[in-house]
Write a protein that binds this ligand. Structure first.
Ligand code: SF4
Length: 266
């Protein structure tokens, strides 16, 4: 692995997230969800570098969930993992077939696919004896999700660095939450990671809502480079008294509470 300034910068940011959010505990066996993209490669190699130096013992279990799109070269992901001394697990799924048979065409392809893949991961982790699942979402993903939820879902939330899944069995961690996408791209290039596309029909589509939000942030970032950092800071600096969710208010209020805001469907 190329150990330059970029490597140190990413490692420091990952270390900071691990410490701040308590992402790793002694004895953890962490399933690292590999997609073949720059982010999950970066996640795996940085976690391995930290693991080797860590006084806290933990293990890494790289795994790929294959959604079943023809042409997804999982063998190249496996070859790189094995060449660098990692284990490897491939979980084949019927996600593609299920999406094509059951998806409501008015709804997002990606959202359905991501749900199916997440379900496969949640089943896989306990089977492999893993205590946590590490995902490669980074700072850009977190702030884009914050805006997507506000623009299109009507909720105020992003991607938490640590989350106990709804099934109560799995804990998801996102150690790259302070790392920028441009850093994972440069790191992947510097280390010659094989970038393997999942070959799904929407990957790279510039017209998805996420791509449009990404373009918006890019444009705003040309005027002020601090935009993304400021959005990230806002997630650490929530002011419930200045919001309208009465469940978060620190004092009793006289109204009925809950209910729909003006203009929302009842
Ligand atoms: S980009 Fe493709 S593989 Fe990834 S979640 Fe969306 S549909 Fe699934």
């Amino acid at each position: 692995m190329v150990a330059n300034g970029l490597y140190r910068a990413i490692k420091n940011r990952v270390g900071k997230a691990i410490r701040r959010f308590g992402l790793i505990a002694p004895g953890d066996r962490i399933l690292v969800a590999l997609s073949g993209g720059k982010d999950s490669w970066t996640l795996l190699y940085i976690l391995e570098s930290l693991r080797r130096r860590s006084p806290v013992p933990f293990e890494l279990v790289p795994a790929v969930v294959d959604p079943g799109f023809p042409g997804f070269e999982t063998d190249r992901i496996e070859a790189r993992c094995r060449a660098d001394g990692f284990g490897f697990h491939l979980e084949r799924t019927e996600a593609r077939r299920i999406i094509e048979e059951r998806r409501d065409p008015r709804k997002s392809y990606c959202a359905f696919c991501a749900r199916l893949r997440r379900g496969a991961l949640y089943n896989l982790a306990p089977r492999l004896g893993c205590t946590k699942i590490a995902l490669g979402h980074h700072l850009d993903d977190a702030v884009e999700t914050l805006l997507l939820n506000q623009f299109y879902v009507g909720t105020l939330g992003a991607m938490p660095p640590k989350l106990v899944a709804d099934d109560g069995r799995n804990t998801v961690i996102r150690p790259l939450v302070y790392v920028e996408e441009r850093q994972t791209a440069s790191f992947a290039r510097a280390n010659g990671f094989p970038l393997i596309a999942c070959r799904c029909p929407v990957a790279g589509d510039p017209d998805t809502k996420r791509q449009r939000v990404k373009a918006l942030l890019r444009d705003l970032g040309r005027e002020d480079r601090r935009i993304k950092r400021s959005l990230l800071r806002s997630l650490h600096n929530v002011q419930p008294r200045h919001l309208m969710d009465v469940r978060l208010w620190p004092f009793d209020h006289d109204g009925p509470g809950g209910g729909s805001p003006p203009g929302a469907a009842p």
